[in-house]
Design a protein around this ligand. Structure first.
Ligand SMILES: Nc1ncnc2c1ncn2[C@@H]1O[C@H](COP(=O)(O)OP(=O)(O)OP(=O)(O)O)[C@@H](O)[C@H]1O
Length: 232
C-alpha cells in the first residue's frame, strides 16, 4: 500500500497509535505532552477523549493526524506508519486519509457551503465518493447550500465542517471540541451527526471534548491525564 492510495483502492484498517511519546523542550524545561500512549480506533468507531486542560488532548490529535511527529512511537493509518514519511509525504497522506473538524468549523468566509466541499475535490483532484450535495443533505444543510459562513449559525457552520471533512472519504476523522460554541440541543445534534457519519462511512473517529453531556453518542470514552490515556 502506498501513501497515495485512493479512497476506492484503500484498505481501511483504522488508526493505531503505539507507544507514543511527545516531549517539548529539554532538561528542566521538558514537558511530556504524551506519555507512552496506545490507542486503537477501528473503522466505524467514534472515540471521545476527555481530560483537564493541558493533559495532552490537542497533542494527541496533532500526532494522530500527522501534523506533529512524535518523539517516539508509531502512528499507523491504513497500514502506513505516518511517522516514517517525509513532511511532504505526510501532507499528501493527511489530505487523502485524514479529515479534521475544528471548533469553529474553520470555513473559508468567501465560499458558499457547497463550494467549501467542492474546493476539497478541486484540491485533491478527485471526485468525492459521496457527492458534495449528498453530504450536505446528510448533515441537513441542503436548504443553506448556497449560503456563506457569515450567514450560518454556529451549529450550521459546524455541520458544514463535518460534511467538508468527509469529502475526501477519510479513514480517520479528528475532531477538536466540536460543541464549544453550541447550545445543548445543537451540541447533541452535532455529535449524533458525527456518530452517524462515522458509522455510515466506516471512519475511525476521535473527538476531543470538554462536554460530558454528549458522551452518550460515542462508542467509547477515554480520559487523558498528564499525557496518559485510560478508560474514563
Ligand atoms: N509547542 C509547544 N511547546 C511546548 N509545550 C507545549 C507545546 N504545545 C503543547 N505544549 C504543552 O504540552 C502539554 C499538553 O498540551 P495540549 O495542548 O496537548 O493539552 P490539551 O489537553 O489539549 O489542553 P486544552 O484542553 O487546554 O486544550 C501542556 O503542558 C502544554 O503546555
Amino acid at each position: 500500500m502506498t501513501a497515495t492510495a485512493t479512497a476506492s483502492t484503500r484498505v481501511r484498517t483504522g488508526l493505531t497509535l503505539a507507544d507514543i511519546t511527545l516531549t517539548f523542550g529539554t532538561g528542566d524545561l521538558q514537558v511530556v505532552a504524551l506519555d507512552h500512549v496506545d490507542l486503537q480506533v477501528v473503522p466505524g468507531e467514534l472515540v471521545a477523549v476527555v481530560g483537564p486542560s493541558g493533559a495532552g488532548k490537542s497533542s494527541l490529535l496533532a500526532v494522530a493526524g500527522g501534523l506533529a511527529r512524535p518523539t517516539s512511537g508509531s502512528v499507523v493509518v491504513d497500514g502506513v506508519d505516518v511517522t516514517t514519511l517525509s513532511a511532504r509525504a505526510r501532507a499528501t497522506f493527511r489530505r487523502d486519509h485524514v479529515g479534521f473538524v475544528f471548533q469553529s468549523g474553520n470555513l473559508v468566509p468567501a465560499l458558499t457551503a457547497l463550494d467549501q466541499l467542492r474546493l476539497v475535490e478541486h484540491i485533491t483532484g478527485r471526485r468525492a465518493t459521496t457527492p458534495p450535495e449528498a453530504l450536505l443533505e446528510a448533515v441537513g444543510m441542503t436548504a443553506h447550500a448556497h449560503r456563506r459562513p457569515g450567514n450560518l449559525s454556529g451549529g450550521e457552520r459546524q455541520r458544514v465542517g463535518i460534511a467538508r471533512a468527509l469529502v475526501a472519504s477519510p479513514s480517520v476523522l479528528l475532531v477538536d471540541e466540536p460543541t464549544a460554541a453550541l447550545d445543548r440541543r445543537r451540541s447533541h445534534e452535532t455529535v449524533q451527526l458525527l456518530a452517524d457519519q462515522t458509522h455510515r462511512h466506516a471512519v475511525a473517529s476521535v473527538m476531543v471534548t470538554h462536554d460530558h453531556d454528549v458522551l452518550e453518542h460515542c462508542d467509547r470514552v477515554l480520559e487523558m491525564v498528564d499525557g496518559r490515556l485510560r478508560p474514563a
